[in-house]
Design a protein around this ligand. Structure first.
Ligand code: FAD
Ligand code: SIN
Length: 485
């Protein structure tokens, strides 16, 4: 298994008793997105809620481009996923009265159904729980400091392991099946909420191995990252969780106008893509946008939203007494390695789960807090599936085609600039053409045999998908789900 985030660990744990090895770039949970998740995990646990209502919200947010069966499995699997975590010792927040779980509200959810931990530190609690279980699991070995750069294939093209750069140089890890769980590529954008490892390397490796990728054009931009970007330096921007808007926070432009009121009946709780574009426009027309939670959260900030509070304090501001400057930032990839209901890709021996996979569950636009859930539910399903089938013994592996050479820093910075400027939430035919030409010229500057080249090819494929997208709109696709303003 490649990648030890929520999806990878869920899959690996469920593979028991099949011996499983998990390899990941970093040695701590912080190198994947899962650790950083704030808002929570969606689950229809409330009295007035049901998996069917959760599914209806998921489909609506996704512009009805979702795979309906995947949505049904996701929403119906949520309660059990939460129970598994509770049994594993997860400490989710509970109201002061009673023993039920506290359920928060987020954009485009028709019910309060967001399970969360320590206010806005859900990802850290989730990863602590899964890692504790992983350490105790006898069938599972987790190894960090191993950066995969190519899938190993036999002469027939079947995936039989992976080539990894580790502490002792390049290593070949052979396996009866490989689970790709390496996360998305939103970290390639200049303004991003993602860690640097979310660079799409898993999708790039799968692409090189011949796997079908799909829906690469559907990149989600979060409306509210902390606006620290005035220096123009590429950096991960701390997230200002949507749960703050769920708790009554208002978006204001630089003139103090609450601009979401005339954009959508749900105002700040409109679907994420719509709010993100409105923030972008208000930021460009008035200079800055702020999230004001002084009246609604105020003094309770350190207890209710400790992660956002700490990020604000580090940036020299106090959200209890001043509004928080925010900007949209690349956040999540709906597309990735095309998988079937068992998590199998189009290449034999290769499975994918979590953000790296395109199961179709999110359609064109993911509903908030459905991603951790996806990793938990589909990861568990995939592990159980692999534990129950016969896997072939692998044959001779053909040599690696790539050298483990990342994209040079200069080109990675240039790529992140190009993607943000021309292929982000406001884009059109001309800007996408500029992006395509820019990536083409970067490709000319890298050696064909290096793994860094694969990231450029992935970015080129995403831009090409964005260019082609209008032709692929379904009849029910809500035109404002991802389209340019
Ligand atoms: P990740 O958690 O990103 O893990 C990827 C793993 O792959 C890491 O272990 C990494 O080391 C490894 N890896 C990557 N490349 C390689 C390689 N080449 N070789 C070896 N290993 C590799 N979703 C929600 O549902 N609720 C939320 O509240 C929420 N909040 C979020 C807040 C932030 C700031 C961010 C960034 C995302 C948030 N999301 C949220 C989205 C969600 O966190 C991610 O989509 C999800 O965690 C992805 O999980 P994953 O296991 O697929 O990948
Ligand atoms: C957030 O807390 O705003 C992020 C939730 C998500 O990405 O699902």
């Amino acid at each position: 298994m490649l990648g030890s985030g929520a999806a990878g660990l869920s899959a690996a744990l469920a593979c028991a008793p099949r011996a499983t090895t998990g390899l990941s770039v970093g040695v701590s949970a912080e190198d994947g997105s899962s650790h950083w998740a704030q808002g929570g995990i969606a689950a229809a646990l409330g009295d007035n809620d049901s998996p069917a209502l959760h599914a209806a919200d998921t489909l609506q947010a996704g512009g009805y481009r979702n795979d309906q069966y995947a949505v049904q499995r996701l929403c119906e699997g949520a309660a059990e996923a939460i129970s598994r975590l509770l049994a594993g010792g997860a400490e989710f927040d509970r109201p002061e009265q009673g023993n039920a779980l506290a359920l928060g509200r987020e954009a485009a959810h028709s019910r309060a159904r967001i399970v969360h931990a320590h206010g806005d530190a859900t990802g850290a609690e989730l990863m602590r729980t899964l890692q504790r279980q992983a350490v105790a699991a006898k069938h599972l070995q987790l190894l960090g400091s191993r950066w995969a750069f190519e899938l190993a294939q036999d002469a027939a093209g079947r995936v039989v392991g992976d080539w990894v750069e580790g502490p002792d140089g390049v290593e070949l890890w052979q396996a009866a099946a490989v689970i790709m769980a390496t996360g998305g590529y939103a970290g390639l954008y200049r303004c991003t909420t993602n860690p640097v490892t979310s660079d799409g390397s898993g999708m790039a490796m799968a692409r090189l191995a011949g796997a079908v990728l799909k829906d690469l054009e559907f990149v989600q931009f979060h409306p509210t990252a902390l606006d620290l970007d005035s220096s123009g330096v590429s950096a991960r921007l701390p997230l200002v969780t949507e749960a703050l808007r769920g708790a009554g926070g208002h978006l204001l432009d630089a003139d103090g106008c609450r601009f979401m009121l005339n954009q959508h009946p749900a105002a700040e709780l409109a679907p994420r893509d719509l709010v993100a574009r409105a923030v972008w426009r208000a930021r460009h027309s008035t200079g800055r946008v702020f999230l004001d939670a002084r009246a609604t959260v105020g003094k309770a900030f350190p207890q209710r939203f400790p992660t956002v509070f700490a990020a604000c304090r580090e940036a020299g501001m106090d959200p209890r007494s001043e509004p928080i400057p925010v900007t949209p930032a690349a956040h999540y990839c709906m597309g990735g390695i095309q998988v079937d209901e068992h998590g199998a890709s189009s290449v034999e021996g290769l499975y994918a789960v979590g953000e790296v996979a395109a199961s179709g569950v999110h359609g064109a636009n993911r509903l908030a807090s459905n991603s951790l859930l996806e990793g938990l539910v589909f990861g568990h399903e995939l592990g159980r599936y692999l534990a129950g089938i016969d896997l072939p013994v692998h044959e001779r592996t053909r040599p690696a085609r790539r050298q483990p050479q990342p994209l040079p820093d200069r080109l990675r910075a240039e790529l992140s600039r190009v993607l943000w400027a021309d292929a982000s939430l406001i884009r059109d035919g001309q800007s996408l053409e500029r992006a395509a030409v820019g990536i083409e010229s970067m490709l000319a500057a890298v050696d064909d045999a290096t793994s860094g080249r694969d990231l450029l090819l992935l970015a080129a494929a995403a831009v090409a998908a964005m260019q082609a997208r209008p032709a692929s709109w379904g009849a029910h696709f809500r035109a404002d789900a991802v389209v340019t303003a």
